[in-house]
Design a protein around this ligand. Structure first.
Ligand code: GDP
Length: 444
């Protein structure tokens, strides 16, 4: 562990009633005494103090401070917290006072959490859970991040790793015995456990990417011919005027995006340029981007014009693939009854003018996402880093099962356990640390 003491503003950067500045490391207690006066407050109890500059004794603010002596602290080190008035000048004065103290320096992004990891307070999946909790925008994201921070993935991966190591030990013992011709079959003893573990790991991988999708968000592209009401639909669905609505065809030349919370799922709704041949270079570029966005999107809302129905735009019909929902807009202008299906997909009739059918469409979207990404029985995989390691683990297990029951079997079990150890940070830590803490904010 590093010998220096770090500090950072841990509350948000914006002006607020209260700001929290955190200090962690061997000089945290001295820093608290230098600024907040002696004696140190009782551990883990808030104390009201006047904070002063250490040298000149100039008053900075009056506020609360808390003293968390290590190792029973967030980082495992001595930690001090200053709760001051959240104005920029107060924060600057306190930060300057800390910077002037010997042995103190500003914290790097994620350094508090990294120190907690290095002190063994949490594993890497829990550290990642903290970052996700700070970043969570929706309820489902918050729940997933909280579970991970509280050790759901840690227990899952560590549990599998422990079983693999036990299997490896029993296989090695059996191999030793078979050398002595006792007739023990190393594979026979391990086979049922191995098969069970393999099945659990396969189920974990075969999750349609729910956890990763929940972290990153879900993208829905709105597509269709010009003037069918794509921008109006974006506004209706998001409940605000985010895209320009105009009666002139071809006004949405770039891609306009809005973030939505759809039944707990973070959704990016992207309005795109109308699909049509155009001699206008900028509009053609818009159409190209629309199609690219559609290809990247998790789901496409393909919009048809109710005023023209039953005539349907052929380019739009061609977009009705697996991950597409047809919407028949301008239902207020429909000449006949609304069709149940368009292009073989259940159709949703709506009117952006009257608002009819919009709530039902939002519900259908939420159901569609829930159906595509069902909640798994075990905690969901949440990161590409984890997926890669779990795949390596499964591949080693497959080789173990398929190969001869000799030392190579034990070696593959070691490789499989090692892959899981990388996720939690038990092995090969240096290789992943920077990667894991790169996305943290300062003060966390
Ligand atoms: P986009 O080009 O597909 O993005 O279409 P816009 O959202 O710009 O809408 C084109 C025109 O259709 C505008 O004049 C809208 O006011 C009109 N419009 C959109 N939705 C409806 C609707 O549900 N009913 C009616 N009657 N007009 C609509």
């Amino acid at each position: 562990m590093s010998g220096d003491t770090v500090f950072a503003l841990s509350s948000g950067g914006a002006r607020a009633a209260i700001a929290v500045i955190r200090v962690s490391g061997p000089s945290a207690g001295a820093a608290l005494e230098a600024i907040g006066g002696r004696p140190l407050p009782a551990p883990r109890e808030a104390a009201l103090r006047r904070f002063r500059t250490p040298e000149a004794g100039e008053p900075i603010d009056r506020g609360l401070c808390v003293w968390f002596p290590g190792p029973a602290s967030a980082t495992g080190e001595d930690v001090a917290e200053f709760h001051v008035h959240g104005g920029p000048a107060v924060i600057a004065a306190l930060v300057d006072a800390l910077a002037a103290l010997p042995g103190l320096r500003p914290a790097e992004p994620g350094e508090f959490t990294r120190r907690a990891f290095e002190a063994g307070r949490l594993d890497l999946t829990q550290a990642e859970g903290i970052a996700d909790l700070v970043a969570a925008e929706t309820e489902a994201q918050r729940r997933q991040a909280l579970g991970q921070m509280e050790g759901a993935l840690h227990r899952l991966y560590d549990g599998w790793r422990a079983r693999l190591m036990a299997l490896r030990a029993s296989v090695e013992a059996a191999i030793d015995f078979s050398d002595q011709d006792l007739g023990a079959d190393p594979m026979a003893a391990a086979a049922p456990d191995l098969a069970a573990l393999e099945a659990e790991i396969a189920a974990h991988l075969d999750d349609a990417g729910r956890g990763e999708r929940l972290r990153a968000g879900f993208t829905i592209a709105i597509l269709g011919a010009p003037n069918v009401g794509k921008s109006s639909l974006l506004n209706r669905l998001s409940g605000r005027e985010a895209a320009i609505v105009s009666t002139r065809a071809g006004t949405t030349r770039d891609v306009v995006e809005v973030r939505l919370d759809l039944a707990g799922w973070p959704v990016t709704l992207a309005d795109t340029a109308g699909l049509r041949e155009s001699r206008d270079e900028i509009e053609s570029e818009g159409v190209r981007r629309a199609l690219a966005r559609a290809a990247d999107a998790d789901l496409a809302l393909v919009v048809f014009d109710g005023a023209l129905w039953p005539e349907a735009d052929s380019r739009s019909l061609a977009l009705l693939g697996d991950a597409a929902l047809p919407v028949l807009n301008k239902s207020d202008l429909l000449a006949g009854p609304a069709p149940a299906t368009i292009g073989g997909h259940a159709a949703h009739a709506a009117s952006c003018l009257t608002g009819a059918g919009i709530d039902a469409l939002l519900e259908a979207l939420a159901e569609d996402i829930a159906r595509r990404y069902p909640a798994p029985a075990v905690p969901a995989l949440t990161r590409a880093r984890h997926r890669q390691a779990v795949i390596e683990c499964r591949e080693a297990l497959a080789r173990a099962v398929a190969g001869p029951a000799d030392e190579r079997l034990a070696e593959e079990l070691r490789v499989a356990a090692h892959a899981l150890g990388r996720i939690t940070g038990r092995v090969d830590v240096e290789a992943v640390l920077d990667l894991v803490f790169r996305d943290f904010c300062i003060g966390k």
